[in-house]
Design a protein around this ligand. Structure first.
Ligand code: PLP
Length: 416
C-alpha cells in the first residue's frame, strides 16, 4: 500500500525527471536511464512502479539494505531532538559513537568527517603531520606512495594520485608530494621505500580496487606491503571506503590477511546509506599530532550522523552480514561462472564485491548488457568500458540472489 502511495505521489514520469536533470543539473554523471522512487532491502522501485534488484548498492554505501528500519528510526528519532551542534560545542551523541566505533574496529581514536574523499584527505594530513613531527621529514619534502588504478575520491589533491585522465585531466595545477607505483606489486613498494623511504610518510592502498573494476590483489600482497612499510618506518593506510564494512566477507578487506592498517579510512556504509558519514581511525601516536583548530568539518560528527552510524554498524553485527557476504558471494561467483556465453570473459571478486568482465560481441558492450539487465529487473552499472560490478545489499536473501542471477543469465544469453 505504502509503496503505491509514494509512487503515485510523484508528479513527473521518468522521462520528465531525466529531462529535468539534464536541463538543470551539471552533466558530471552518465546514469543508467532509470528513475528510482523507493527502496527496501535489496530492492528498489522506479517512478512507474517497476521493481528491480539493486546490484550497485550506491557503490556499497547501502550494505545494510535500503531504508533499513533500525537505521531510519535512529535518524528520525535524533532529527526531532538535535541535528547539528557543530564541534564548537559538545553534543550528547558524538562521544558514545566515538567509543563504539573505536572499540568496534580496535583503534585508540577516530576522526569523523562526511564523505569518503574527506576521510582520505584526513588520512593524508595525518600521514604528512606524522611524517614531519614524528619521522622528521622536512615539511615541504614529505611524500605519499599510492597505486596505479586507485580511486580515492574527487578533491584536487586526491585526483592528483589518479592515473585516470577522466579524473585529473585539465584540473591542474595538481598537488605535489605523491609517488605512484603499480598495484599488486610489493616489489615496487620495496624498491621505492628503499630508495626514498626517508622522505616517505605513508603508503595509501585500496585492499581491493573497487572503481578500477574490482581488482583483487594476489594473496599475501597486503601483508607484504604492511611488513615493508614497517621495515622503512612508513604508515600503511588502507582505504576501505568501498571494500570495508562486511562487503567482501570480512569486516574489513584487510582482515583477509590479518593486517591492521596504521590508518583506517571508512565511509559509504558507515552511514548505512542514510546520511554521509566517514572517518579516519588511528592510534594516539598518529592521531594526537593534530591539535585543536588544525583540522575539522562543520558537519563531521553531527548528532544524526553519530546515531545513524552506530545503528548502521550494529545492523552489520546483528544480521551477520559479514558471514552472509562470504556465503552469498561464493554462490554468485559459482553460478555466474556456470553461464556459458562468449560475452563473459571472467568473474572475479570477494564476498559480495564482484565484477564480470564483458567481451564485446557484435558491437554490444557492458553498457548494453546493463540496459538489458535493467529491462529484466536487475540494476548494475559498468565501471570502465568492459567491466560490470555486481554488489547487492548484503541483506539480500539467497532466494533473491538466485532469482537475480537467473535474470542476469537471461540478459546475457539474449545477445546470442
Ligand atoms: C567512493 C570511494 C571514495 C570516495 O568517497 P566519496 O564519499 O564519494 O567522497 C574513496 N575511496 C574509495 C575506495 C571509494 O570507493
Amino acid at each position: 500500500m505504502q509503496k503505491n502511495k509514494i509512487i503515485m505521489a510523484s508528479k513527473f514520469n521518468s522521462e520528465e525527471l531525466m529531462a529535468m536533470e539534464s536541463r538543470y543539473g551539471a552533466h558530471n554523471y552518465h546514469p543508467l536511464p532509470v528513475v528510482l522512487a523507493k527502496g527496501s532491502g535489496a530492492k528498489v522501485w522506479d517512478v512507474e512502479g517497476k521493481e528491480y534488484y539493486d546490484f550497485l548498492s550506491a557503490y556499497s554505501a547501502v550494505n545494510q539494505g535500503h531504508c533499513h528500519p533500525k537505521i531510519v528510526e535512529a535518524m528520525c528519532e535524533q532529527a526531532h531532538r538535535l541535528t547539528l551542534s557543530s564541534r564548537a560545542f559538545y553534543n550528547d551523541c558524538l562521544g558514545p559513537w566515538e567509543k563504539y566505533v573505536t572499540e568496534y574496529f580496535g583503534y585508540d581514536k577516530v576522526l569523523p568527517m562526511n564523505s569518503g574523499a574527506e576521510a582520505d584527505e584526513t588520512a593524508l594530513k595525518l600521514a604528512r603531520r606524522w611524517g614531519t613531527v614524528c619521522k622528521g621529514i622536512p615539511n615541504d619534502e614529505v611524500q605519499i606512495v599510492c597505486c596505479e588504478g586507485n580511486f580515492h575520491g574527487r578533491t584536487i589533491t586526491i585526483i592528483t594520485m589518479s592515473n585516470d585522465p577522466d579524473s585529473y585531466a585539465n584540473y591542474g595545477p595538481l598537488t605535489p608530494g605523491f609517488i605512484r607505483i603499480p598495484y599488486n606489486d610489493a616489489d615496487a613498494l620495496e624498491k621505492v621505500l628503499a630508495e626514498r623511504g626517508d622522505k616517505i610518510a605513508g603508503f595509501l592502498v585500496e585492499p581491493i580496487q573497487g572503481e578500477a573494476g574490482v581488482y583483487v590483489p594476489d594473496d599475501g600482497y597486503l601483508k607484504k606491503c604492511y611488513d615493508i612499510c614497517h621495515k622503512y618506518n612508513v604508515l600503511f593506510m588502507a582505504d576501505e571506503v568501498q571494500c570495508g564494512i562486511a562487503r567482501t566477507g570480512k569486516m574489513l578487506a584487510c582482515d583477509h590477511e590479518g593486517v591492521r592498517p596504521d590508518i583506517l579510512i571508512l565511509g559509504k556504509a558507515l552511514g548505512g546509506g542514510v546520511v554521509p558519514v566517514s572517518a579516519a581511525l588511528a592510534d594516539d601516536h598518529i592521531m594526537m599530532n593534530i591539535k585543536p583548530g588544525e583540522h575539522g568539518s562543520t558537519f563531521g560528527g553531527n548528532p544524526i550522523a553519530a546515531k545513524v552510524s552506530m545503528a548502521a554498524l550494529q545492523v552489520i553485527k546483528d544480521e551477520n552480514l559479514v558471514e552472509k557476504a562470504a556465503y552469498l558471494g561464493n554462490i554468485f561467483r559459482t553460478e555466474i561462472g556456470k553461464i556459458s556465453s562468449p560475452m563473459i570473459e571472467k568473474v572475479r571478486g570477494k564476498g559480495l564485491l564482484n565484477a564480470v568482465i564483458i567481451r564485446p560481441k557484435d558491437g554490444k558492450e557492458a553498457w548494453d548488457v546493463c540496459l538489458k539487465m535493467k529491462e529484466n529487473g536487475v540494476l548494475a552499472k559498468p565501471t570502465h568500458q568492459h567491466i560490470i560490478r555486481f554488489a547487492p545489499p548484503l541483506v539480500i536473501t539467497e532466494d533473491e540472489l538466485r532469482d537475480a542471477i537467473d535474470r542476469i543469465k537471461k540478459s546475457i544469453k539474449s545477445f546470442e
